[in-house]
Ligand binder design. Structure first.
Ligand SMILES: *Cc1c(COP(=O)(O)O)cnc(C)c1O
Length: 362
């Protein structure tokens, strides 16, 4: 590939000494499990009182929702267009995901369609800040307050994004982060975290991930094993120092893409007052599969996020949804293409992608 989709090798090369030193420090100390240092740094960065490191982003979602008390018989409202992990987190508590179509401009859950999905069983809204753009948190928080619902933010794609000056992850009762290697802030393996302001909730989540225990061999309930390991925490501490600069580069790359492509395809639109951190740069074209082939033939990676909206994915067939209930999510599923996006793209890389897409579009 001439232009990679993400380029973890280039990123590592740029921070190699710092990362190697941090990992060596963990090896010397043998503090392999838990890394409280990173948790506090990340809580400070996001602007919450607490951060609990867990094994991955899917666990972050499941554990936060379980500790908020959701379970069988409860309905949790989430977006039709997201990675399956959002809905898995809901499902693993025993609750049922209720899908709502997305907004055609931001691709985030459409606040105008949320209230129609609320029933007496609804307990929470689980917005996803998809592709790095915060969902309409003012509208969502107002709906939640009106109907007495909790809010759990899926921040797996939105590290450092802001909505009207406030970081994504500071609005809801809990915010769930993934540090999967390809995310904007990625570990060197699986990792995740829950940020929140409620100390009781933070304690409960930490206990759930440590076998229901916070005192050795006193197990207050049956938990699981889901913790942030020391090496991942050390890597994340180093990378957190670079995150804002990498986000700035992503934003600049997105601006260059949009300038070069806005007359030949639908480019991403950023809502007013939002810092969109472009985990993904997603365009819409009519002959998507041909474009992807053309890009591949020219050494340019691309992807689809996501090819099948969750309500019509086999895992959720049992819920009985039909594609025509989700005209926006299902309508765009055949048109979306994600172009290469990471903090180490050069202007030449971006221009090559633009040129290739433009040639195709003509
Ligand atoms: C990546 C992702 C997750 C899951 O994170 P993992 O660390 O891979 O378990 C959840 N939600 C969204 C929107 C994601 O993109």
């Amino acid at each position: 590939m001439k232009v990679n989709f993400v380029d973890l090798k280039a990123q590592y090369a740029s921070i190699k000494d710092e990362v190697n030193e941090a990992i060596a420090g963990v090896l010397e100390s043998c503090a392999f499990i838990n890394h409280r240092g990173f948790e506090q740094e990340f809580a400070d960065y996001i602007g919450t009182k607490h951060c609990v490191g867990v094994g991955n982003g899917t666990d972050a979602l499941f554990m936060a929702m379980r500790c908020l008390g959701f379970g069988p018989g409860d309905e949790l409202i989430t977006a039709a267009n997201t990675f399956i992990a959002t809905a898995e987190g809901i499902g693993w508590t025993g609750a049922t995901p209720v899908f709502v179509d997305c907004d055609p401009v931001t691709y985030n859950i459409d606040p105008d369609k949320i209230e129609a999905a609320i029933t007496p069983r609804t307990r929470a809204i689980v917005p996803v800040h998809l592709y790095g753009q915060p969902a309409a948190m003012d509208r969502i928080m107002a709906i939640a307050a009106k109907h007495n619902l909790k809010v759990v933010e899926d921040c797996a794609q939105s590290h450092g994004a802001t909505f009207k000056g406030r970081k994504a992850g500071t609005f809801g009762d809990a915010a769930c982060f993934s540090f999967y290697p390809g995310k904007n802030l990625g570990a060197y393996g699986d990792a995740g975290a829950v940020c929140c302001n409620d100390e009781g909730l933070a304690v409960q989540i930490r206990k759930l991930g440590d076998h229901g225990s916070n005192i050795k061999y006193r197990h207050d309930f049956e938990g699981t094993n889901s913790r942030l390991d020391g090496i991942q925490g050390a890597v994340l501490s180093v990378k957190l120092r670079h995150l804002d600069q990498w986000s700035d580069r992503r934003i600049a790359v997105a601006a260059r893409y949009s300038e070069g492509l806005k007359d030949v395809c639908i480019v991403p639109r950023t809502a007013e007052g939002v810092r969109h951190v472009f985990h993904l740069y997603v365009i819409q074209v009519n002959n998507r599969d041909e474009l992807m082939k053309q890009l591949g033939d020219n050494g340019i990676a691309s992807g689809i996020h996501y090819p099948v909206p969750l309500p019509v994915t086999p895992a959720y067939q049992g819920l009985g949804y039909k594609a025509d209930q989700f005209p926006v999510a299902c309508g765009m599923a055949d048109k979306i293409v994600s172009l290469p996006m990471h903090g180490d793209l050069t202007d030449d890389d971006v221009d090559l992608v633009i040129e290739t897409v433009r040639k195709f579009a003509k």
